[in-house]
Ligand binder design. Structure first.
Ligand SMILES: Nc1ccn([C@@H]2O[C@H](COP(=O)(O)OP(=O)(O)OP(=O)(O)O)[C@@H](O)[C@H]2O)c(=O)n1
Ligand SMILES: C[C@](O)(CO)[C@H](O)COP(=O)(O)O
Length: 225
């Protein structure tokens, strides 16, 4: 069975607001996407890398991918993260383990990839997650404080998230038919539509941050130097 890393780089980075998709912005001397490519290319458990790039910047992604022998395709992303995931899954076979990773997380380390692959030996699905260092609340309809869920049972999701390809493909097919739900990650799609599937949880790291705002670029730069 082949293991394919999919780098989700189909977003425009509106919250960073740089005028360039954030995955092409440089931290510590190279674009976020290039950091991710290097990490997956160097990992012995990864056979293949597929890059899903915002359609307006496919050529830039191809240039960054060129030095990496494991990259087999650079394909156009779609209008939403879940649509980009579906486009990637459509390009993969069935006898595949797929790791879906945000190209906006340039600080992923090899140990986390290894832990995900180990979990996939026993499970059909895995996500990386970390505990919250803050107390978390829910808010009421008027914006005021409502509940304070027990933090012991709360985790913040990160990527990569790994799956046997037929499992994540089936879950996304079911999600697509459900207009009530707009997923923001893939493990949640599996839990919601294939509740019989156990999603293993691998410990992540605060370092594996998602560059979402301009401040995250500053933090990533410091951490990578
Ligand atoms: N249509 C999309 C939207 C997002 N992503 C990817 O999913 C990851 C997480 O998404 P997010 O941080 O929301 O990225 P953007 O959509 O680019 O950010 P924003 O919402 O600020 O525009 C990113 O690596 C992003 O490139 C994607 O592949 N295709
Ligand atoms: C997939 C993800 O990074 C897990 O934390 C997150 O759900 C992406 O959310 P975004 O709003 O699309 O950045």
């Amino acid at each position: 069975m082949r293991t394919v890393a999919v780098l989700l780089a189909g977003g425009v980075g509106s919250r960073v607001g740089a005028g360039l998709p954030k995955q092409l912005l440089e931290v510590a001397g190279k674009p976020l996407l290039a950091h991710c490519l290097a990490t997956f290319d160097a990992h012995p458990g990864i056979d293949e890398i597929v890059v899903m790039m915002v359609p307006t910047h496919l050529e830039a992604a191809r240039e960054l991918a060129a030095p990496h022998a494991k990259v087999t395709a650079v394909l156009p992303g779609a209008e939403s993260r879940d649509a980009t995931t579906r486009a990637a899954l459509a390009a993969l076979g069935d006898d595949v383990l797929v790791l879906l990773h945000d190209a906006a997380r340039p600080l992923l380390d090899a140990a986390t990839i290894t832990a995900c692959l180990s979990a996939l030996a026993d499970h059909d699905a895995v996500t990386v997650a970390i505990a919250s260092a803050d107390t978390v609340i829910t808010t009421a309809a008027d914006g005021s404080m409502d509940q304070t869920p027990d933090r012991a049972g709360l985790r913040r999701l990160q990527t990569p998230q790994g799956f046997r390809a037929p499992v994540i493909r089936r879950a996304h097919e079911l999600a697509l038919a459900d207009p009530r739900f707009v997923p923001t990650d893939d493990a949640t799609v599996v839990r919601r539509y294939l509740p019989e599937v156990t999603v293993a949880v691998v410990e992540g790291s605060e370092r594996n941050l998602k560059v979402t705002t301009a401040l995250d670029l500053v933090i990533a730069e410091q951490l990578l130097r």
